[in-house]
Design a protein around this ligand. Structure first.
Ligand code: SAM
Length: 213
């Protein structure tokens, strides 16, 4: 417990970290070495295995890795500093505030990777692919900006497809078995999150889709 607290405290001192409720809506690009690049965000990044791989694969974009847990972010942020990754920054924030954290059309792409599924109907509002969130994504994404979504949870995936249908949004690259052998829709889709690696080792298949809200 003490270690966890130390990591939480240490997170805010790192040069690639943003802690607390940042006053940055509309200005996130300025936090990066090259503010002219596209701005992507991963929501619920955990220790940011995927975010680090993505930032390395795509030096032509800037990436914000967001999670509410500072001790997890600390791990990712320290490793990113050690690896000298300059196009990745870490934000401690509650994703429920995603709509307020960003200005209109500020993001070029959003990644939602293995979010908590909130299976209870009474918690449906917290699902990151629910209609409330998709409305927010629409506001903070530029026109044509995409949401990329990965999950092992088939009911959550089916729910998401239903929501998109209701909102008359046509999803792209829908698959219930991303790693089943068909060519990857993009090179980024092949990169693994920590949960993805774990779930695949358990024999689970991975669902993936992308859409422009
Ligand atoms: C199941 S884990 C997946 C982590 C990572 N994306 C992966 O695939 O390995 C879900 C993550 O979402 C974060 N999370 C859950 N609710 C959140 C919220 N309201 N705001 C920010 N992060 C949240 C958790 O702290 C956790 O790290």
């Amino acid at each position: 417990v003490r270690k966890k607290q130390q990591r939480k405290d240490a997170f805010g001192t790192l040069s690639n970290a943003h802690k607390g409720n940042p006053n940055w809506p509309g200005r996130w690009r300025e936090a990066f070495a090259d503010p002219t690049l596209q701005l992507w965000a991963e929501l619920g990044c955990g220790k940011a295995h995927f975010a680090r791989a993505l930032a390395l694969q795509r030096p032509d974009i800037n990436l914000l890795a967001i999670d509410v847990k500072a001790d997890r972010l600390w791990r990712g942020a320290v490793e990113a500093l050690e690896e000298g990754i300059h196009n990745l920054r870490f934000v401690q924030e509650d994703i429920m505030l995603a709509g307020q954290m960003f200005g209109p059309e500020e993001l070029d792409r959003i990644w939602i990777t293995f979010p908590d599924p909130y299976p209870k109907a009474s918690h449906a509002r917290r699902r990151l692919t629910g209609p409330y969130f998709i409305e927010q994504y629409k506001r903070i994404l530029r026109k044509g900006g995409q949401v990329h979504f990965k999950t092992d949870n088939v009911p959550l995936f089916d729910y998401t497809l239903e929501v998109l249908k209701e909102l008359k949004i046509e999803p792209k690259d829908v698959t219930y078995d991303l790693h089943g052998g068909a060519p990857y829709p993009t090179p980024e889709a092949a990169l693994h999150t920590a949960y993805e690696t774990k779930f695949r080792q358990q024999g689970l298949t991975i669902c993936y889709l992308c859409f422009a809200p």
